[in-house]
Design a protein around this ligand. Structure first.
Ligand code: ZN
Length: 261
């Protein structure tokens, strides 16, 4: 099995990301999905104004069924992600009003620029709060099962729940009763996930890297205006995750405009 890579972009919308939450969520997802040789890597982070989701229902699988506050937030995406990139929103609030602490993937139809899958994580999905480390890994499962042509999210497992979203196996990552502390992924799920449009061939040899903080403090943001002459300075946005998909980075100027965005 060749390794496959999935790029993740993060938008912080008031969510509690203390204690290296983002890095730990992605590491936990990699721990589970390595069964299928699927590797997630963080490509960039954008911070926007806070959105509290406590008064909203979290079952809006499809974008059109969501309140304007959620739709506004989902319309803000980092600069690079196109329709096939996954964006994770860390929002304020303990949980959605129906008790969900994570939802996904809010796809859009292809005719509206979709699928543009999005995952929303509330503060109760923080690995220091919930009993599991694998909420993001679970939500990524829904995303990897997404068919962008008809926006179905079918779990291919033989033990799938009747609605097709989750799994009746309590050990499974997609368990309907909530993901446990040592979740598994079965063969059917791996096979489907590896066919996902979001999983691409990794294009650089695996090398362990630790970018932050390797060479001293991060320099300040450059002033607005045209970029300085010469080749762009590169800032890698990784958090020291071992990253076989290494190769993507953002220039200072792009980052600056993203930050303004
Ligand atoms: Zn689920």
């Amino acid at each position: 099995m060749d390794p496959l890579c999935v790029d993740l972009w993060v938008v912080i919308a008031g969510g509690n990301v203390s204690n290296n939450r983002i890095q730990r969520d992605i590491e936990a997802a990699n721990e589970v999905w390595k069964t299928c040789r699927i590797h997630f890597s963080l490509k960039g982070i954008l911070t926007i104004r806070s959105v509290n989701v406590e008064k909203f229902v979290g079952n809006g699988v499809f974008t059109s069924s969501n309140p304007p506050e959620i739709l506004n937030m989902l319309s803000i995406r980092p600069l690079y992600p196109g329709r096939y990139k996954i964006v994770i929103y860390y929002v304020d609030g303990k949980r959605f009003s129906d008790g969900a602490n994570g939802v996904s993937p809010y796809p859009l139809p292809l005719t509206e620029g979709g699928p543009r899958p999005s995952i929303i994580l509330t503060n109760d999905a923080h690995p220091d709060v919930t009993f599991t480390r694998f909420v993001l890994a679970h939500e990524l499962g829904h995303t990897l099962f997404l068919n962008p042509n008809n926006l179905t999210l079918t779990n291919p497992s033989t033990t799938a729940t009747p609605d097709g979203f989750h799994d009746n196996d309590p050990n499974n990552l997609m368990f309907v009763g909530g993901v446990g502390s040592n979740p598994t992924i079965n063969k059917e799920q791996c096979e489907k996930a590896r066919l996902s449009v979001f999983a691409r061939r990794c294009w650089v040899i695996p090398i362990p890297i630790h970018i932050f903080p390797p060479f001293g403090p991060v320099p300040p943001w450059p002033p607005p205006g045209p970029p300085p002459p010469g080749p762009p300075m590169m800032l890698h946005m990784f958090y020291g995750v071992e990253n076989p998909c290494f190769g993507s980075s953002m220039t200072w100027n792009q980052q600056y405009w993203n930050k303004l965005g």
